[in-house]
Design a binder for this molecule. Structure first.
Ligand code: GLC
Length: 618
């Protein structure tokens, strides 16, 4: 393809500013040529490129390029399924100029916002009173990553003191969610839009590990923007997005939560901006459907919960959460509801929507019935009969009462309850997992009573779950032989550290959304005040260790972006609670009806096979 022809074929939406990653901000090549070559699932390949040297570049054209490269333009050539099949990219430009321009714009609007009180689409008023908040905004902006000159995400941590970066210089999908929400609440929409559209492109990437490819709808755990020399051109670089679907991740864990979070953020973007054009795009609709198809695919499983391997969510190391971990179920439920709201009604989607509705009913029934424990239920389990072979067994999963751990007998308050971490045949994982419980409230997977009871429990067990720094990722820690066997003697997950009972400030934002939904914001306010006592002084750690969260985590990164963004989202939402609706799923009356039909066939009553004949079709 001739150069001029290549230029003509540039995808205007992808014709974005020359990218340099955050770490490469000062890198100025005399000539920058950007190109991208990718193979789509359909096997199509395309390469587009052009180059200019810097002296031919007028300042004006740089600004013009800045404008035309906004992600609005991420449309253009698409394959039959609506996804871009040509790849891309680019122009070149003085990276520093572009970045400085954008950063200055951001800083300028901040200053104006801070001075005047900025009102954004959902009416949040941001004021400048709080210096911790100001510091957090500055740090959040410093964590922004650019791709072809456009903001595209935030790096996981910006800890210059750490000698081992590992993949903390990448944009993690799950870590970006609080960043994205903070930007949305502040009226900075472009970064979220870019993130949504570019990660969508990664969904159809070729991905394999040892000759095996995971399902097509999988979203990466993280990606890195690499500025690399172009083959055969000494002084020419190209910008590439380099996703990790778990093929490089420690432990090769599958990021099941990424696609679910992506759907949740997409809905929040639409609700916050009022701009539904993104979710209505054919490629975005296809992306949603691909995620759903992957999650709704039939397998061998007997349960409506999503069956996953260990480490497939925020806890991305071996921690004994394989099977049906609560966090994944809550995100799954939330994503199904969000997707249902966004899917365009069309003939081709009827079966998918029916499958989705059936799953919603079955999933909420299963979790509300079988994952719930409080004093009453615990006492029932304590008196369970076992080895019941029949259709009307009360103890369906053959749980042996001796499984009730001694700590739980002490831990369970008289008032309050929670959803257990995992349920499998003959196994209940009684650990309390914060994110799963909080997101069950947010998504209405838990009933209203259950949601209040979870918050009651958090209040009653404040010194165990919140202590000196909100919030324990799970409780209690695995210790001794259990730690050795379940974690595989993981030195990072020693008792009361990291995923094993460590405390993660990022969870503040999910706590805040849950408290606002239940009209109990004072609980979140108390937690935020506690965090404010140390978090900035401690340099925004990723996590804290010890039972009471007294130490900064042993291997904790500092300036961890989602600790910063989580705090900001909590503050913004507490200042304007109605903005939380962009994340909340209200209980659906059709679902409640279907659910009560199931309940009237009370699972605790004797039940014959006949009653299961009818699938629930809404
Ligand atoms: C750790 C966390 C994971 C997070 C990543 C980047 O691997 O376990 O949840 O996404 O760091 O911060």
């Amino acid at each position: 393809m001739a150069m001029s022809e290549a230029f003509l074929h540039l995808d205007p939406l992808l014709l974005s500013k020359s990218g340099a990653n955050f770490g490469n901000r000062r890198n100025l090549g005399l000539v920058e040529l950007h190109y991208n070559l990718r193979t789509s699932r359909s096997g199509l390949q395309s390469v587009s490129y052009f180059s200019t040297d810097r002296k031919n570049r007028a300042k004006g054209s740089c600004f013009l390029r800045c404008k035309c490269q906004k992600a609005d333009s991420v449309s253009g050539v698409t394959a039959d399924d609506g996804r871009p099949d040509s790849v891309s990219i680019y122009g070149m430009k003085n990276v520093n100029n572009v970045k400085e321009f954008e950063l200055n714009q951001l800083l300028k609007s901040d200053k104006e916002g801070f001075a005047n009180g900025t009102t954004n689409g959902v009416g949040t008023v941001i004021n400048s009173k709080n210096s911790i908040e100001e510091e957090a905004w500055d740090l959040l902006k410093e964590s922004v990553v650019y791709y072809c000159g456009n903001t595209i995400g935030t790096i996981a941590a910006n800890d210059t003191s750490s000698s081992s970066i590992l993949n903390y210089d990448q944009v993690f999908i799950r870590d970006f969610i609080p960043s994205g929400i903070a930007f949305l609440l502040k009226g900075e929409y472009d970064i979220v839009r870019n993130f949504i559209l570019h990660t969508l492109q990664l969904q159809s990437w070729e991905k394999t590990m040892d000759c095996h490819s995971p399902g097509q709808g999988l979203m990466p755990a993280s990606f890195k923007v690499r500025t690399v020399p172009l083959d055969g051109h000494d002084s020419v670089t190209e910008d590439v997005l380099d996703p990790d679907f778990g093929e490089a991740a420690i432990g090769r864990v599958a990021p099941v939560d990424s696609g679910l979070w992506w759907i949740i953020l997409l809905r929040a973007y639409g609700k916050c901006t009022g701009d539904l054009s993104v979710q209505e795009r054919v490629d975005v609709q296809t992306g949603i459907k691909m995620i759903l198809k992957l999650c709704l695919a039939d397998g061998f499983d007997m349960f409506p919960t999503l069956l996953v391997t260990d480490g497939s969510c925020m806890i991305d190391r071996r921690m004994g959460i394989h099977g049906h971990p609560l966090e994944i179920q809550a995100l799954f439920y939330s994503a199904l509801l969000c997707a249902r709201e966004m899917l365009a009604p069309e003939d081709g989607s009827v079966d998918l929507i029916r499958a989705l509705n059936n799953r919603l009913v079955a999933l909420s029934f299963h979790i509300r019935e079988y994952y719930w424990i409080d004093m009453k239920k615990l006492n029932e389990i304590y008196r369970y009969k076992t080895e019941e072979y029949s259709y009307d067994a009360v103890n369906k999963f053959n749980i042996y009462p001796d499984q009730i751990p001694p700590w739980l007998v002490e831990f369970m308050p008289a008032r309050g309850g929670y959803l257990i971490g995992n349920l499998q045949p003959a196994h209940m994982d009684f650990r309390f997992f914060s994110l799963g419980n909080l997101w069950s409230i947010v998504s209405s997977l838990a009933t209203v009573d259950q949601s209040h009871a979870i918050l009651d429990l958090i209040e009653a067990k404040w010194s165990e779950l919140v202590a000196d720094m909100p919030l324990k990722i799970c409780y209690p820690a695995l210790e001794g032989e259990e730690w050795r066997i379940i974690t595989g003697s993981d030195p990072k997950n020693t008792p009361w550290s990291y995923h094993n009972g460590g405390s993660w400030p990022t969870l503040l934002w999910q706590l805040t959304v849950a408290c606002i939904k239940m009209n109990r914001p004072e609980i979140a306010e108390r937690a935020v005040m506690l965090a404010e006592r140390r978090i900035s002084r401690d340099k925004w750690p990723e996590y804290y260790d010890t039972r009471r969260a007294r130490f900064i985590g042993k291997q904790s990164r500092l300036f961890q972006t989602w600790s910063i963004a989580g705090y900001l989202v909590a503050k913004l939402l507490l200042a304007n609670p109605s903005a939380a609706k962009v994340l909340i799923n209200e209980e659906d009356s059709e679902l409640v009806n279907a659910f009560s039909c199931m309940l009237s066939a009370n699972p605790r009553k004797k039940r014959g096979r006949k009653e299961f004949k009818q699938p629930f079709i809404i």
